[in-house]
Design a protein around this ligand. Structure first.
Ligand code: PBG
Ligand code: ZN
Length: 326
């Protein structure tokens, strides 16, 4: 049937009608909020390039958790800024390291699902995601030994899931083995499988104080234009035993999310990163876009592309909005 008998607008006549035929819906249960803790501060602090994102001290966990849970968010991804950085990133695997303390605090004070980002760039004085070799490049295999220690210390602190973000080869197998050997066989791994070498991480590095001093991350993160390579990265992580696949960033890589959703049966996470968030915030502040609509549209696009889980700095705002719309 064709126009004028067929009219697409019939199903757009009211909000109820549009809701009835909605193909994609967002649910607060699938949102994950990144959370930053800094061992050097005693009061919460903010960062200019990430409006609305608060870095917390290692105290007041009940208040922090209550605000998140009241908004309707139940999962967080924790990052830490340590008191002291060194070449080997010791604080990353210390029993009383910043992130281990934060995990213990959050677990004791709340029912939040706590996911631990596993990397070394916040903990090393050179700012790279692993241990440097004599040539000044990250030594992949040496780094794996440290990743194992970090994973076990995070699980011992009570992390519900480990999320390795360093893009070292073999990291999933190494971490899985270390967790299993330490008795944490029920702790799943969310793999940052297809993590691109992206300029969209800029604001995160302001918050996490994790920019590399010399050089960049092009030697381990993925080239931006490579789709087939992303599938190979995911293939390997699946073979090594990851439980959830992640694509990162999200917005500029929707095709990768869709490819992954079409190819794999594992849950797919997408990380709407700091630069994506900061750009929306900046435009909204100038009155150039409608922030609420842009926020929901960007998240809906990520979901429509195939993501089951969305990590976003907008998690609280989006969850509140979804609840209020009910
Ligand atoms: C650590 C890590 C980064 C992000 C998540 N984990 C930064 C980086 O790789 O430089 C980026 C998150 C964001 O930009 O929001 N490796
Ligand atoms: Zn890193």
């Amino acid at each position: 049937m064709m126009f004028p008998q067929m009219r697409m607008r019939r199903l757009r006549t009211s909000q109820k009608m549009r809701d009835l035929v909605a193909e994609t819906r967002l649910d607060p249960a699938e949102l994950v909020l990144p959370l930053f803790f800094d061992a050097n501060i005693t009061e919460p602090k903010t960062t200019d390039s990430m409006p609305g994102v608060v870095t917390y001290p290692l105290s007041g966990y009940d208040i922090i958790a209550k605000e998140i849970e009241d908004a309707g968010v139940s999962s967080v991804l924790v990052f830490g800024v340590p008191a002291k950085k060194d070449a080997k990133g010791c604080d990353a695997y210390a029993d009383d390291g910043v992130v281990q303390k934060a995990i213990r605090g959050l677990k004791a004070a709340s029912d939040l699902l706590v996911i631990a980002d596993l990397c070394m760039c916040e903990y090393t004085d050179h700012g790279h995601c692993g241990i440097l070799g004599v040539d000044g490049a990250v030594d992949n295999d040496k780094t794996l030994e440290y990743y194992k220690k970090i994973a076990v210390s995070q699980a011992a602190a009570g992390a519900d899931m480990i999320a390795p973000s360093g893009m070292m080869d073999g990291q999933i197998a190494a971490i899985r083995q270390a967790l299993d050997e330490a008795g944490f066989d029920e702790v799943p791994i969310m793999a940052y499988s297809a993590k691109f070498y992206s300029a969209y991480y800029g604001p995160f590095r302001d918050v996490a104080c994790s920019a590399p001093g010399k050089g960049n991350r092009a030697g381990y993160q993925m080239p931006c234009g490579n789709r087939k390579e992303a599938m190979r990265e995911i293939d390997l992580d699946v073979a090594e035993g990851c439980d959830i696949i992640m694509v990162k960033p999200a917005g500029p890589y929707l095709d990768i999310i869709r490819d992954a959703a079409n190819t794999y049966d594992l849950p797919i996470a997408a990380y709407q990163v700091s630069g994506e968030y900061a750009m929306m915030k900046a435009a909204a502040k100038n009155g150039w876009i409608d922030e609420e609509r842009i926020m929901m549209e960007s998240l809906l696009g990520i979901k429509r592309a195939g993501a089951d889980i969305i990590i976003t700095y907008y998690a609280k705002e989006a969850a509140r909005l979804l609840r209020d719309r009910r």
